[in-house]
Design a protein around this ligand. Structure first.
Ligand code: 5RP
Length: 276
């Protein structure tokens, strides 16, 4: 059961997780309470800290995509204004480009600036080894390209993204960007080779599939086995003709910042979580 209550300051989301008893009645056994503003606040704390710690004057900066990155770009623009910071930005999506333009930050691209100092991006899930699921917003291809051209990939996220294993919390699946001509065979191959189920991501407010910024489709691989060698699987997937890119970011991130519900910040470097 999902209740939405409009409070004065916050929207409260009450999620009542229920069990179905033998006679069919619903038996509540737990509930979680989130305030929407605490999630937003958590994203903001992580984003601001990452920009403050990792962006320096003269830097070429990769700008990730998603809702958390909005706070990072806002902070970058503040610092440019207040500190006369000099940066040039390479966006990872149409959305990121619009954000950079909105905040009047200088734009460049990878062909002009092939090596970036840092890339700041969100994630859908971060495991204990700093491996990531990305692509919930469908921008995985450009995100991975820009990250691969950056000296450091810094992840910013709220506390719901911090996991031990991929798939612990993020249930929407691993995004896989594919050429439209071959989505069917790829769906079948992944399910046959590795199990789980692979679904085409469908658009909202438009009939048919999501089409990425690069003109491709997205498959979401759900209910996968969590105890696998992701590096090996990622390599195998990338050898499959028609797979353009996967949302598995393996051994790419240098550090992840998580905003916490109480307003504090955690950061994660491989296997280590330090409260700050
Ligand atoms: O990979 C992404 C988009 O392709 C995003 O970084 C990821 O979905 C996280 O987004 P948000 O900051 O909105 O939680």
């Amino acid at each position: 059961m999902l209740l939405k209550l409009q409070g004065r300051d916050n929207i409260l989301l009450v999620v009542w997780v229920a069990d179905v008893t033998v006679n069919g009645s619903m038996k509540p056994y737990t509930y979680k309470l989130f305030t929407m503003s605490s999630l937003q606040e958590a994203k903001k704390i992580a984003a601001h800290q990452a920009v403050d710690n990792h962006v320096h004057s003269g830097d070429l900066v990769g700008i990730g995509s998603g809702s958390t990155v909005i706070f990072a770009v806002e902070r970058l623009a503040q610092r440019v204004k207040n500190e006369n910071l000099k940066v040039q930005c390479v966006p990872t999506s149409f959305q990121a480009r619009q954000l950079v333009i909105k905040h009047q930050l200088p734009l460049t691209d990878l062909n002009i600036s092939p090596t970036l100092d840092v890339c700041i991006d969100g994630a859908d899930e971060v495991d204990s080894n700093l491996n990531l699921i990305k692509g919930g917003g469908g921008c995985l291809l450009q995100e991975k390209i820009v990250a691969s051209c950056s000296k450091k990939l810094i992840i910013i996220a709220d506390y719901t993204k911090n996991s031990q294993k991929l798939g612990d919390q993020y249930k929407k699946g691993i995004p896989i960007e594919v050429s439209p001509m071959v989505y069917g065979p790829i769906q079948q191959k992944i399910e046959k080779l590795y199990g789980g189920n692979v679904e085409m991501r469908m658009a909202v407010m438009k009939a048919g599939p999501v089409v990425t910024d690069n003109g491709n489709f997205i498959l979401d691989w759900k209910n996968f086995n969590q105890d696998v060698d992701w590096k090996k699987i990622n390599t195998e997937l990338l050898l499959m003709p028609g797979i353009v890119e996967t949302g598995l970011f393996i051994e790419m991130a240098s550090k992840a910042y998580f905003g916490m519900p109480d307003g504090s910040l955690k950061h994660k470097k491989v296997e280590i979580i330090i409260a700050t």
